[in-house]
Ligand binder design. Structure first.
Ligand code: GDP
Ligand code: ZN
Length: 204
């Protein structure tokens, strides 16, 4: 999973009238570290006041739970090509037969097969938008306030550092590094946060 992309999507949804739901798909993969990784992501994102579910589009695990979460809402599925979005659409709306692209082993990216935008009515309730444009959606982030909305655990501690201009690297009295040591903040989340702020400056 691309952690930075996950964190960008969270920032985007926190600045929209929308609610993020993190779907960890392909839990059936039996690579040695799959379950450790899934458990770790589940724990980190669960603590951020958001819903996390685990699915296998291939074996059907978690699909009922995904349907329950989509019920009563209009949703979009976003994520890198090849993560299983079409396969999940096929599970949720069995008659739809969204084209599933085989992941090419050369690039490890699924081939692009969806070419139209469609609003599907989910038989059990809710609606699902599926479109290539939406899938490639790169959220525009305008300022640091928008970034902070996606990092509630960091926002809680910003302003507690000894120095106003603390870069949370090796400064004494850094509340963010202390929270990382205490296991309250995940260090990769801090990396995402700093990377996003840096991107913001590069654009201005
Ligand atoms: P999309 O590009 O995000 O729409 O991804 P696709 O639905 O086209 O899936 C890409 C590849 O991953 C296909 O070969 C799928 O069969 C496979 N795939 C999708 N979901 C799962 C899953 O839960 N488990 C496994 N093992 N493979 C999956
Ligand atoms: Zn600091």
């Amino acid at each position: 999973p691309n952690r930075y992309l996950i964190d960008r999507y969270i920032v985007a949804t926190r600045n929209l009238p929308a609610t993020p739901l993190l779907v960890l798909n392909k839990i059936d993969l039996d690579a040695a570290d799959t379950h450790t990784l899934i458990d770790e992501l589940h724990t980190i994102y669960d603590a951020l006041d958001m819903q996390v579910i685990e699915t296998s589009a291939t074996h059907g695990d978690g699909i009922d739970s995904l349907r329950d979460h989509l019920d009563g809402h209009t949703s979009i599925l976003v994520g890198l090509s090849g993560v299983g979005k079409s396969s999940l659409v096929n599970c949720i709306i069995p008659d739809v037969e969204a084209k599933v692209g085989a992941v090419s082993s050369a690039s490890l990216e699924g081939t692009h097969t969806t070419t139209v935008s469609t609003l599907y009515a989910i038989p059990s309730g809710g609606r699902l938008i599926d479109s290539p444009g939406v899938r490639d959606f790169t959220p525009v982030i305008r300022d640091r306030h928008e970034v902070r909305r996606g990092f509630i655990e960091l926002s809680r501690h910003l302003g507690e550092c000894r120095f106003n201009d603390c870069a949370h690297e090796s400064e004494p009295g850094c509340a963010i590094r202390k929270a990382i040591e205490d296991g309250e903040i995940d260090s990769i989340r801090l990396q995402s946060y700093q990377h996003m702020l840096a991107e913001l400056h590069n654009c201005m």
